[in-house]
Design a protein around this ligand. Structure first.
Ligand SMILES: [Zn+2]
Length: 159
């Protein structure tokens, strides 16, 4: 790479060490042209994940936006921000593991619902009602049926 001072292309590497919690390598370099020192960071290229919205538009996956929507659903519920951040990491990893680097916003919504389902039933219902744009009481009934079915399953495995 070229020296930022004189654009000479060769350097000596004086020091290499892990940086950014091991996600990158920091190298201290000395230019063989002008002798000045500079630092480079090397890190793996992260795959970019695109979200296709229901109107067909496409945007980069925004983990903050996802986290905020979960925080909103969990308002005043006994779910810590740490657990929600872990849920976002799970969802992101799941999406990145898929063969496609384009996912639909509904895929993300379904995964978010699965995470909330495990964390807090009220937050789950809140998120579902917004995400699925409930417009009649029957929509809630369906969600409640799913929760009752799951509770029975859990009881069955305890017995
Ligand atoms: Zn130089």
């Amino acid at each position: 790479m070229n020296c930022p001072y004189c654009s000479h292309g060769e350097q000596k590497v004086l020091d290499s060490r892990p940086a950014r919690d091991g996600d990158a390598i920091r190298r201290r370099r000395e230019c063989e042209g002008c002798g000045r020192r500079f630092t480079t960071f090397e890190e793996p290229e992260k795959p970019r994940l695109y979200v296709i919205k229901s109107d067909g538009s496409r945007q980069l996956f925004d983990r903050e936006k996802l986290l905020n929507s979960l925080l909103l659903a969990c308002g005043k519920r006994p779910v810590t921000a740490e657990r929600l951040e872990a849920a976002v990491v799970n969802i992101e990893r799941d999406l990145m593991d898929g063969a496609e680097l384009e996912v639909s916003s509904s895929d993300i919504g379904e995964k978010a619902m699965d995470e909330l389902f495990e964390l807090d039933s009220i937050a789950y219902i809140r998120y579902s009602s917004v995400y699925r744009a409930f417009d009649c009481p029957g929509d809630f009934a369906e969600i409640v049926r799913r929760m009752q079915k799951d509770a029975r399953k859990k009881r069955a495995t305890v017995v």
